[in-house]
Design a protein around this ligand. Structure first.
Ligand SMILES: *[C@@H]1O[C@H](CO)[C@@H](O)[C@H](O)[C@H]1NC(C)=O
Ligand SMILES: *[C@@H]1O[C@H](CO)[C@@H](O)[C@H](O)[C@H]1NC(C)=O
Ligand SMILES: *[C@@H]1O[C@H](CO)[C@@H](O)[C@H](O)[C@H]1NC(C)=O
Ligand SMILES: *[C@@H]1O[C@H](CO)[C@@H](O)[C@H](O)[C@H]1NC(C)=O
Ligand SMILES: *[C@@H]1O[C@H](CO)[C@@H](O)[C@H](O)[C@H]1NC(C)=O
Ligand SMILES: *[C@@H]1O[C@H](CO)[C@@H](O)[C@H](O)[C@H]1NC(C)=O
Ligand SMILES: *[C@@H]1O[C@H](CO)[C@@H](O)[C@H](O)[C@H]1NC(C)=O
Ligand SMILES: *[C@@H]1O[C@H](CO)[C@@H](O)[C@H](O)[C@H]1NC(C)=O
Ligand SMILES: *[C@@H]1O[C@H](CO)[C@@H](O)[C@H](O)[C@H]1NC(C)=O
Ligand SMILES: *[C@@H]1O[C@H](CO)[C@@H](O)[C@H](O)[C@H]1NC(C)=O
Length: 252
């Protein structure tokens, strides 16, 4: 009983800290770069507080480097994250960063790259994984976990039912619970370790994969879920916040 109370207290405390952070911020309505700064890189526009080059970004967290020969051409330098859109408006009154999220996979035929986990640590930064992302895992006998989130572990398990990794019967549901599972992730997530393991050491051990993905993109832009098998990365949404007390003169 005492333990349970202690745990839920920690959880409450975390929630309170998160809410306080959010209230201290305004992350909407950004447009354009500072007058003397490059306002785009390739075809990605880079609005202030993000910026390319000295004096063009608010602080080092918002510094962007531009490499027009890579896709996407923009990278948030300090957290080493590739960005598709700096101001992605889903119509919820907030703008998100749309970033490149790797597909982690193991033992998938035709795929040389093997990555059994993804470690993300944005602690201390103004960036958070949005709760509008989902964690998806597919594969027979697969147990996928997001760990490092206190006080709980988020994850899901898939069994083996047929050999299609993703469900196809309902176009709005990538996973039908057989060979693929999905779960929501908590809002304001800054650090996690996504990984997977076999549920049992015996039994079938085929291709396994997992990724954190923008839920809307998955629902509206993926018509054939098996296309996911050929992707090295998918888009994910990052929410961000301004430090308290910032002079917002440049936010038009
Ligand atoms: C611009 O965006 C389109 C669509 O995402 C992409 O196909 C194209 O390669 C991009 N062009 C440049 C120069 O980045
Ligand atoms: C730019 O991107 C290309 C393609 O990914 C890469 O080969 C090149 O080294 C990058 N240049 C810099 C300066 O990072
Ligand atoms: C996001 O980026 C993509 C390609 O880089 C572009 O086609 C799209 O218009 C952008 N969306 C928004 C809302 O900026
Ligand atoms: C998982 O990631 C950590 C940190 O990047 C690394 O040390 C570890 O070897 C990885 N484990 C696997 C099974 O790939
Ligand atoms: C999920 O899809 C697989 C393959 O298409 C099918 O065999 C299975 O019956 C489906 N399960 C449910 C619960 O719809
Ligand atoms: C999928 O979602 C769209 C848009 O919300 C809806 O119009 C459609 O009926 C849904 N299809 C199924 C099979 O649920
Ligand atoms: C991530 O999880 C994997 C598998 O559980 C583990 O081997 C690795 O040490 C973890 N990495 C970190 C940084 O926690
Ligand atoms: C890889 O998958 C094949 C079946 O496609 C299975 O026979 C083999 O044991 C798996 N290997 C590992 C290391 O999981
Ligand atoms: C996803 O689909 C919507 C609606 O069809 C479209 O407006 C949007 O540009 C698409 N996004 C991407 C990244 O393809
Ligand atoms: C905000 O910055 C502008 C331009 O640098 C300056 O004119 C203004 O006085 C500043 N406002 C505050 C409250 O510091």
């Amino acid at each position: 009983m005492v333990v349970i109370i202690a745990l839920s207290f920690t959880f409450l405390l975390l929630l309170i800290i998160n809410i306080a952070l959010v209230l201290a911020t305004t992350s909407t309505a950004i447009s354009g770069a500072k007058d003397w700064c490059k306002d785009s890189c390739g075809n990605v526009s880079v609005p202030y507080p993000f910026g390319i080059g000295p004096d063009c970004f608010l602080n080092s967290w918002f510094e962007v480097s531009c490499n027009e020969s890579s896709t996407p051409p923009t990278i948030l330098k300090k957290i080493n994250m590739e960005v598709f859109n700096f101001s992605y408006d889903l119509g919820y009154g907030r703008e998100y960063l749309r970033v490149k999220s790797p597909v982690i996979l193991h033992n998938c035929s035709g795929r040389e790259r093997e990555t059994k986990n993804q470690t993300v640590d944005l602690t201390g930064s103004p960036f958070f994984y949005s709760g509008r992302n989902k964690f998806i895992a597919a594969g027979c006998n697969n147990k996928a976990l997001i760990s490092g989130i206190k006080p709980r572990i988020v994850g899901c398990e898939s069994t083996c039912n047929g050999d299609t990794l993703f469900g196809t019967s309902n176009p709005n549901k990538t996973c039908n619970g057989s060979t693929c599972c999905e779960t929501v992730i908590p809002s304001y997530l800054q650090t996690f370790n996504a990984s997977f393991e076999s549920k049992t050491s015996s039994g079938p051990q085929g291709c396994k994969l997992a990724f954190v993905v923008d839920e809307e993109w998955l629902n509206f832009n993926i018509t054939n879920p098996s296309d996911l098998l050929n992707m090295d990365s998918v888009p994910a949404l990052i929410d961000w916040a301004l430090p308290k007390g910032i002079n917002t003169t440049y936010f038009k």
